[in-house]
Design a protein around this ligand. Structure first.
Ligand code: UDP
Length: 335
């Protein structure tokens, strides 16, 4: 069965293509290469023993989408293509709303025209904003604190409305907590361009000597060691969560949203200690001021995904760190 994967050469999208292939689906990758390398397609071929169909186009390009729905027998769409830098979204909100929201509406219109009714959307725990209680379940209030988070919540609302208006639509939003890790082959992983914003690529790039040291954003939070606590989840666990969601699209009705996380929290210092244990490399760091917009703790309740999607994260922090490090050591300059 052909499934369209927008943003299929990006971090979570590319790993999901592997899991889709393993589950017997045929991914058709759709990516404009704005924040991904074409080399990812070669890496996927090495891992899967098969070169996936690839369309270089923008999700805002209705004609290209139309052509794609004509050329392939697409039965479901997994939509990853989006801008994802939180800080940048605050500086350039219109770009984020245009690219993330308007283009998602274009995609859904073209799905409607082509008779494709099944959608899995790459959402984010950012939709919850500042946690009011922990762990965060799907009923937690939604109050994003930046345009990136709003763009994700707005797309969820469009999906919800589309499903209410069309009983034959089935749509699932997956709210990721903190995706980390890499494919265990070491051939594929997170490939950020420029200076990483996220903790894990910054840690591995410091460990290879590409960055002088890690700056820890605050050690005065109300957490056991004062540094921020997050729910890190392995990208291959996320990938498998998407496959479970696609399977579910063929039995479930309407719109549903699920958290994808482990339910366990790790602090920045926990991550550094564990990284040294796993890799034998100690990462130099210094403490600096808090980063604006950061919260002390963010941890998922993954209970609903376990119950309905029959999914739970299986890989622990050691595996996440070991896999990230294998990838970064193999490709210190990225691909
Ligand atoms: N963090 C840090 N230094 C960095 C990047 C991140 O101390 O260079 C901390 C950040 O304050 C947070 C955690 O690492 O507590 C995870 O941050 P990340 O940006 O990876 O994800 P977020 O949860 O903010 O989306």
């Amino acid at each position: 069965m052909d499934v369209l994967v927008t943003g299929g050469l990006g971090y979570v999208g590319s790993h999901t293509c592997i899991a889709l292939h393993q589950a017997g689906y045929r991914p058709v990758i759709y990516d404009n290469l704005s924040n991904a390398s074409i080399v990812v397609l070669d890496q996927l071929a090495k891992i899967c023993g098969k070169r996936f169909s690839f369309i270089q186009a923008d999700v805002g390009d209705a004609l290209a989408l139309r052509q794609c729905f004509t050329d392939f027998s697409i039965e479901a769409v997994l939509h990853f293509a989006a801008y994802k830098a939180v800080g940048e979204s605050t500086a350039q909100p219109l770009n984020y709303y245009q690219n993330n929201v308007c283009h998602s509406a274009t995609l859904m219109s073209e799905m409607q025209n082509a008779g494709v009714r099944r959608l899995v959307f790459s959402s984010s725990a950012t939709v919850y904003g500042v946690p009011q209680y922990l762990p965060i379940d799907e009923n937690h209030s939604k109050a994003p604190t930046n345009p990136y988070g709003w763009s994700k919540l707005m797309v969820e609302q469009i999906m919800r409305d589309q499903c209410s208006a069309n009983a034959d639509w089935l749509a699932i939003a997956l709210r990721y907590f903190n995706p980390v890790g890499a494919h265990p082959s070491g051939l594929l992983g997170e490939n950020p361009s420029g200076i990483p914003n996220n903790l894990m690529p910054y840690v591995t790039q410091t460990a290879t000597g590409h960055r002088e040291k890690l700056y820890i954003y605050g050690n005065d939070y109300d957490t056991p060691d004062g540094t921020g606590v997050r729910d890190y989840v392995h990208v291959m666990d996320l990938a498998e969560g998407h496959v479970q969601a696609v399977d579910r699209l063929f039995s479930e009705q309407g719109f549903h949203a699920f958290n994808l996380g482990t339910g366990n929290g790790a602090s920045v210092l926990d991550v550094l200690k564990e990284f040294e244990l796993v890799t034998g490399v100690s990462v130099p760091y210094s403490i600096t001021h808090r980063r604006p917009g950061d919260v002390a703790v963010s941890v998922a309740s993954p209970a609903l995904a376990r119950q309905v999607l029959e999914w739970h994260a299986q890989r622990d922090l050691k595996t996440m760190l070991g896999d990230s490090w294998r990838w970064q050591s193999n490709y210190p300059e990225g691909i």
